[in-house]
Design a protein around this ligand. Structure first.
Ligand code: XLS
Ligand code: NI
Ligand code: NI
Length: 445
C-alpha cells in the first residue's frame, strides 16, 4: 500500500487524527504505535508482511452498539444520509479514511455491510454493483486490498432455519443467489480469499433436524460455490470459520477438528482452509493456540479472526486482543507453522458499547496491533534465543534412535513392545517441566 496516502472523501470524519506513526514504547502519544513497526523485519519478513492485518467492515463501520438490552449508543456521522446508496458511499469514505490513517493493508466485508440489502434480489444486486464500483475506485486510490469477502446468511429472517442447511429448498436457492453475488463482488475487487461462517448452519433442536441430510446439503452447496468461483477465475482460498454455537445452539462447524472431518469426508481439502477466531476457540472450550495447532498440523491454517472473549462469561464478546502472554503462545504456533496460508489477521472485534468516541476505534486497533507485534517479537526470540525447542524435543528423545525410532517407522509389533517392556522394567519418571516452559515464555514477553 502507498503508506503515506491518507484517503479522505467529501468530508473528513476522523478530524484531528492523521496517519498513525510508530513511536516506540517510550512514547505516551495515544495515536501512535508502541510496538507495531510495519517495516521492522522479524525473521524473513516485515511485521506488515507477517500479519497482513485487516479491518472488519461490520464491527467498525456498521456496529452502532445495540445489544439485547438496549439501543444503539454510537452516532456514526457516516450513517445519517437518507438514501441507502449515499449512506453506503459515506460509510465507505469513512472506512477508507480510517483504514489509510491506521495503516492497515486489508479489509474484509459481508455483502450487506457494504450496502443495506434491498427489498428484493434484483435491487440488492443493483446496489452491490454500484457500491463495488465505488470500492474499486477507493482501493485503487489507496492501495488497500480485500483480504476476504463473505455473504451474510444469518441476519435476514429468511435464514432463521439456516441457509445452505435450511430444510426448505427455496431458502437454499436464495442463499445460493446471495453467495453468487458475494463471490462476484469478491472477484471484482481482487479479493484474495472467500469465507464461509455458518452462523445458522446448525440447529436449535435435534428433534426437528435431519443432521445427515443437512450436512450433505452443506457439502453440495460448498462444492457448487467453489465450482462457480473457479469458473469465474477465482484463484484464492475458501475458508471455513469454525464456531461451536451462537446464534445456533449447535453449529456444524463446531471447531477445527470437526471442520477437518467434514472437509475430508466431503472431498473439499484441496480448496478449503480454516479461518480460526480466538473467541470461537474459547467458546468451544479450547484455547486459540490449540485451534491454530490443529489447523496447522493438517496444513490448513489459512487465516485468523483476532479478538478475545471475557474470562468471566461465555459468549462471543469480540473484544480487541490485549493479552500478550496468550498471544505469544499463539504466535509460537504461527511462526512454527510458517505463517498463514493465503490469509491474514482480521480484527473481528468491536469497541465496547460505551466506547462512543470515534477516537476509540483508533485506540482499539492500535492496541490490537501492538499486542500482536509484541507477541510476535517475544515468540521469535523464544524460538531463536531460548532453549524452548530443545527442551520440548528432549521430551521425545527416546524416539530419535534405536527401538523408539523403529516404532515410529512402523518396524515393531505390539509383541515387540511388550518384550522391550519386560526386559527393561518400570520406566523412570520424567518430568514434563511445565513450569519451566511457562518461565521461558514469561522471560521473553
Ligand atoms: C461471527 C463471525 C463472523 C464471521 C464472518 O461470530 O465471527 O463475524 O467472521 O461472517
Ligand atoms: Ni465471531
Ligand atoms: Ni469471525
Amino acid at each position: 500500500m502507498k503508506n503515506s496516502t491518507v484517503i479522505i472523501g467529501k468530508q473528513e470524519y476522523f478530524q484531528g487524527i492523521g496517519r498513525i506513526p510508530f513511536e516506540g514504547r517510550e512514547s505516551d502519544h495515544p495515536f501512535a504505535f508502541k510496538w507495531y513497526d510495519e517495516n521492522r523485519v522479524v525473521g524473513d519478513k516485515t511485521m506488515k508482511e507477517h500479519f497482513r492485518f485487516a479491518v472488519a467492515y461490520w464491527h467498525t463501520f456498521c456496529g452502532t452498539g445495540n445489544d439485547p438490552f438496549g439501543a444503539a449508543t454510537k452516532d456514526f456521522p457516516w450513517l445519517t444520509a437518507n438514501d441507502p446508496i449515499e449512506r453506503a458511499r459515506d460509510k465507505m469514505d469513512a472506512a477508507f479514511e480510517f483504514i489509510t490513517k491506521i495503516g492497515i493493508p486489508f479489509y474484509c466485508f459481508h455483502d450487506f455491510d457494504l450496502v443495506e440489502e434491498g427489498e428484493n434480489l434484483g435491487e440488492s444486486t443493483r446496489r452491490l454493483e454500484i457500491i463495488t464500483d465505488y470500492a474499486r475506485e477507493k482501493q485503487t486510490e489507496s492501495g488497500v486490498k480485500l483480504l476476504w469477502g463473505t455473504a451474510n446468511l444469518f441476519s435476514n429472517p429468511r435464514y432463521m432455519n439456516g441457509a445452505a442447511t435450511n430444510p426448505d429448498f427455496a431458502v437454499v436457492c436464495y442463499a445460493a443467489a446471495q453467495v453468487k453475488n458475494a463471490l462476484d463482488a469478491t472477484i471484482k475487487l481482487g479479493g484474495e480469499n472467500y469465507v464461509f461462517w455458518g452462523g445458522r448452519e446448525g440447529y436449535m433442536s435435534l428433534l426437528n433436524t435431519d443432521m445427515k441430510r443437512e450436512l450433505d446439503h452443506l457439502a453440495r452447496f460448498l462444492h457448487m460455490a467453489r465450482d462457480y468461483a473457479r469458473s469465474q477465475g477465482f484463484k484464492g482460498n475458501f475458508f471455513i470459520e469454525p464456531k461451536p454455537m451462537e446464534p445456533s445452539k449447535h453449529q456444524y462447524d463446531f471447531d477445527a477438528a470437526t471442520c477437518l472431518n467434514f472437509l475430508r469426508q466431503y472431498d473439499l481439502m484441496d480448496d478449503f482452509k480454516l479461518n480460526i477466531e480466538v473467541n470461537h476457540a474459547t467458546l468451544a472450550q479450547h484455547t486459540f493456540q490449540h485451534e491454530l495447532q490443529v489447523a496447522a498440523d493438517a496444513g490448513v491454517l489459512g487465516s485468523m479472526d483476532a479478538n478475545r472473549g471475557d474470562y468471566q462469561n461465555g459468549w462471543d464478546t469480540d473484544q480487541f486482543p490485549t493479552n500478550v502472554p496468550e498471544l505469544t503462545e499463539a504466535m509460537l504456533v504461527f511462526l512454527e507453522a510458517g505463517g498463514l496460508k493465503g490469509g491474514g489477521i482480521n480484527f473481528d472485534a468491536k469497541t465496547r458499547r460505551n466506547s462512543t468516541d470515534l477516537a476509540d476505534i483508533f485506540y482499539a486497533h492500535i492496541g490490537g496491533m501492538d499486542a500482536f507485534a509484541r507477541a510476535l517479537l517475544a515468540a521469535d526470540a523464544i524460538l531463536k534465543n531460548s532453549s524452548y525447542k530443545a527442551w520440548r524435543e528432549q521430551r521425545y528423545a527416546s524416539f530419535d534412535a534405536g527401538s523408539g525410532k523403529d516404532f515410529e517407522n512402523g518396524k515393531l509389533s505390539l509383541t515387540d513392545l511388550a518384550k522391550l517392556a519386560a526386559g527393561s522394567g518400570e520406566p523412570e519418571k520424567r518430568s514434563g517441566r511445565q513450569e519451566l516452559f511457562e518461565n521461558i515464555l514469561n522471560q521473553y514477553v
